[in-house]
Design a protein around this ligand. Structure first.
Ligand code: HAM
Length: 410
């Protein structure tokens, strides 16, 4: 029979990496506390309609990447490809944005997209998602960028670049979209098949196509900045002003568009040189129309998501892999020592110590080798001599010093 392996694009997080995950998640929670963001855990499954309407029917995510199926009662449901739409749903469903005060939230967990797996791209991946509902900005836009920047720099990133753009609003974007579409249509022979397809439904996506010929067409086209209405221009100036006041570096990138349709005004991405082709560590922006799109009132929103695999991939280049190490390894050196060793291990664990053991008696040499491999600080040896005297031999693995200790004193 063939061996069963994990599903393509779904990865195990092995014990020697898990501590880096904890480090990153702890940093996320620490920053959330300092910035006043509360955890909201949304379900992994949502109604398909939430993403179709929230993220947009014409996006790659909704068109090609969702894990969608019918459940046993015939409801169409989807494994969440991102957390923003689910958080917006939860905020509306539980009236969290009422009372005029902004609601600051975060969510950590797995997301699912049926993409072609490659380095830094998986079908199950994890995000830290940070959102603020109910504040039209622009200070709050700068606040989330500062949160993201602190998260990455405190984890040790020294090479991140923040790119920023304004995507305009429903008032000013249509004119840009129209001009861009005209420009693209006039040069459609130079566009790649993907962009030709995008042209009708989502022409803005042509701006961030990686194909050189498409980039050249985009470069000679209109710029969103020239089409922004007064409010959008003032908003962008507010965001850049606040970032500059913080001394936080950014670059304006007029070609930055995002893969999800709900954005308006502020959009940003953070890239790291350490990551290779999939260099986007995080992306986000303002989605003032999202809550209305999914059937709620107008509640403005802004946020971002960091890809944790990408963060951890970059950190793994500088951090050693390691597993947890026990305080004690218990070595039973004769069958009759197994019972007392078992009881002693439990006693020490109740005192908060980390104790490992193998429940088979073995030679001293093999036990010491095992303790060494586990990285135990100390070994407690129980053999016939020790049992006869109601004591144990304790060996310090670093100094190799040994001493006797009465069992009652542990
Ligand atoms: P996104 O740009 O689609 O935005 O994803 C954010 C980050 O998730 C990316 O920058 C990347 O690091 C990571 N990511 C995305 N897809 C994959 C994948 N297949 N494998 C590994 N990592 C991946 C969003 O998801 C928005 N919800 C962000 C947001 C929050 N906007 C406003 N609020």
């Amino acid at each position: 029979m063939t061996e069963i392996t994990a599903v393509r694009g779904f990865k195990d997080i092995l014990p020697d990496q898990a501590w880096i995950w904890r480090l990153v998640e702890d940093k996320a929670r620490d920053l959330a506390r300092r910035f006043g963001y509360q955890e909201l855990r949304v379900p992994i499954l949502e109604r398909t309609e939430l993403f179709a309407r929230g993220i947009g029917e014409a996006t790659d995510v909704v068109e090609k990447e969702m894990y969608t199926f019918e459940d046993r009662s015939g409801d169409r449901i989807t494994l969440r490809p991102e957390a923003t739409a689910g958080l917006a749903r939860a905020v509306l469903e539980h009236n969290l944005a009422e009372g005029g005060r902004p609601t600051r939230l975060f969510c950590l967990g797995p997301m699912f997209r049926y993409e072609r797996p490659q380095k830094g791209r998986q079908r199950q991946f994890h995000q830290l998602d940070v959102e603020v509902f109910g504040d039209p900005g622009p200070y709050v836009d700068a606040e989330v960028v500062a949160f993201l920047n602190d998260f990455l720099t405190e984890l040790g990133f020294d090479d991140v670049s923040v790119q920023l753009n304004s995507l305009g609003c429903p008032k000013c974007r249509p004119a840009f979209r129209k001009r861009l579409t005209d420009h693209l249509l006039a040069q459609k022979d130079s566009l790649c098949p993907d962009c030709l397809r995008r042209l009708g439904r989502n022409p803005l996506r042509v701006l961030d196509c990686k194909v050189e010929a498409c980039q050249a067409v985009a470069a000679s086209g209109p710029e969103m900045a020239d089409f922004l209405c007064l409010e959008c221009r003032e908003h962008l100036a507010g965001v850049t002003g606040a970032l500059t006041d913080l001394g936080l570096g950014y670059s304006l990138n007029g070609r930055l568009v995002r893969g999800l349709d709900y954005y308006a005004r502020t959009a940003f991405e953070v890239h790291s040189d350490r990551l290779g082709a999939q260099s986007a560590v995080a992306g986000g922006g303002r989605y003032d129309g999202l809550c209305r799109e999914i059937g709620g009132p107008d509640v403005p929103g802004i946020g971002f998501a960091v890809g944790l695999e990408r963060v951890i991939m970059a950190l793994s280049q500088t951090l050693e892999l390691r597993t947890q190490r026990p305080d004690y390894y218990l070595a039973a050196l004769a069958p009759e020592a197994l019972g007392p060793a078992f009881a002693l291990a439990q006693k020490l664990r109740k005192r908060g110590l980390a104790v490992e053991a193998d429940w088979a008696a073995g030679s001293l040499k093999s036990r010491l080798k095992r303790a060494d491999r586990l990285g135990a600080a100390k070994v407690i040896m129980l053999g016939p001599d020790e049992l006869a005297n109601n004591e144990a031999t304790v060996r310090d693995m670093a100094t190799k010093e040994q001493s006797k200790k009465p069992l009652a004193d542990f």
